[in-house]
Ligand binder design. Structure first.
Ligand SMILES: NC(=O)c1ccc[n+]([C@@H]2O[C@H](COP(=O)([O-])OP(=O)(O)OC[C@H]3O[C@@H](n4cnc5c(N)ncnc54)[C@H](O)[C@@H]3O)[C@@H](O)[C@H]2O)c1
Length: 270
């Protein structure tokens, strides 16, 4: 169902790898809500991915960009404004990757060049995206920038590894850049802290099956799906949330404020 929430709006969506990606669902929803979008992903991911299918479905163009490269980002932003015919109203940062996780390095045995690479891709890239947009004056007033995060930034989930630290840094950027973007450009910057979601990045977390089932049993409303995350993001890209900024917004069925649920207690009753 469409509410035309993004009618006439233009934006860039980072991170659609396949149909499970949160960014994929968000691009589909933004299109349904009347937005014109440019899709982007790392050149290597696009070779393996199915992004062309999504571009066709949403009538959008694709511009490759490594989110750690300022040059790529500047090019992406300039070209996007040309293609879309004006400044941007929204941007989704839906990017994450830990080399330590990929290579099976434990949190207590990091390879720091892996740590730095993961931090650059997962956290600093958000600053780079914001800075490129800011310097190019690419956002319309009352525009909205959203990045995706996870609650391991506040509470420890042992197998989330160095991504926990990356997410804490990412959430801090939303506050720090949110201040300047708000003051100088009237643009809001927020993070959405999403439930565990079965995507390529999500399934990379060790013990993901147990982890997602536990979160579902703990959450009064159950886990939030990728499609539901896309719905929520539509509200943040719309004009209905103009004064929401510098926030980390939990989209997790209530998990973050639940101490324990009856379902979990039952598992431990003798
Ligand atoms: N899946 C979950 O359980 C979950 C929960 C909370 C938050 N998140 C966050 O949601 C976001 C999207 O992840 P997802 O779950 O949809 O998985 P996904 O694997 O579908 O998406 C991750 C994306 O990051 C892209 N990427 C990696 N390196 C890049 C680079 N250098 N430049 C540009 N793009 C790059 C990948 O190509 C991919 O498209 C991530 O920030 C992730 O941490 C995921």
């Amino acid at each position: 169902m469409s509410y035309n929430l993004l009618k006439g709006k233009r934006g860039i969506i980072f991170g659609a790898l396949d149909e499970n990606s949160i960014a994929w669902k968000t691009a589909e929803r933004a299109h349904e809500e009347g937005a014109q979008i440019v899709l982007t992903n790392a050149p290597i991911a696009m070779r393996m991915g199915k992004i062309n299918e999504l571009a066709e479905k949403t009538g959008s163009e694709i511009i490759p960009a490594d989110a750690t490269s300022e040059e790529d980002l500047n090019n992406l932003i300039e070209k996007s404004m040309e293609i879309l015919g004006g400044k941007l109203d929204f941007v989704l940062h839906s990017i994450g990757m830990s080399v330590n996780v990929r290579k099976g390095k434990h949190y207590t045995d990091q390879n720091y060049s892996f740590t730095e690479k993961g931090w650059d891709v997962s956290a600093l890239s958000f600053h780079k995206v914001c800075q490129s947009l800011y310097k190019a004056d690419a956002m319309n007033e009352w525009g909205s920038i959203v990045a995706l995060t996870y609650m391991a930034a506040q509470r420890t989930f042992p197998d989330y590894n160095d991504m926990a630290d990356n997410k804490a840094y990412l959430e801090s950027i939303a506050r720090s850049f949110g201040y300047f973007f708000g003051k100088d450009k009237k643009v809001r910057v927020n993070t959405i802290s999403q439930s565990p979601t079965p995507t390529t990045a999500g399934k990379g977390v060790k013990g993901f099956d147990g982890f997602i089932a536990y979160a579902d049993k703990m959450s009064p409303l159950g886990n939030a799906t990728a499609a539901e995350c896309a719905d929520y993001t539509m509200t943040l890209f719309s004009d209905l949330t103009k004064k929401v900024t510098m926030q980390n917004l939990f989209h997790d069925g209530g998990f973050s404020n639940t101490g324990v649920s009856n379902e979990v207690i039952e598992k431990f009753e003798k």
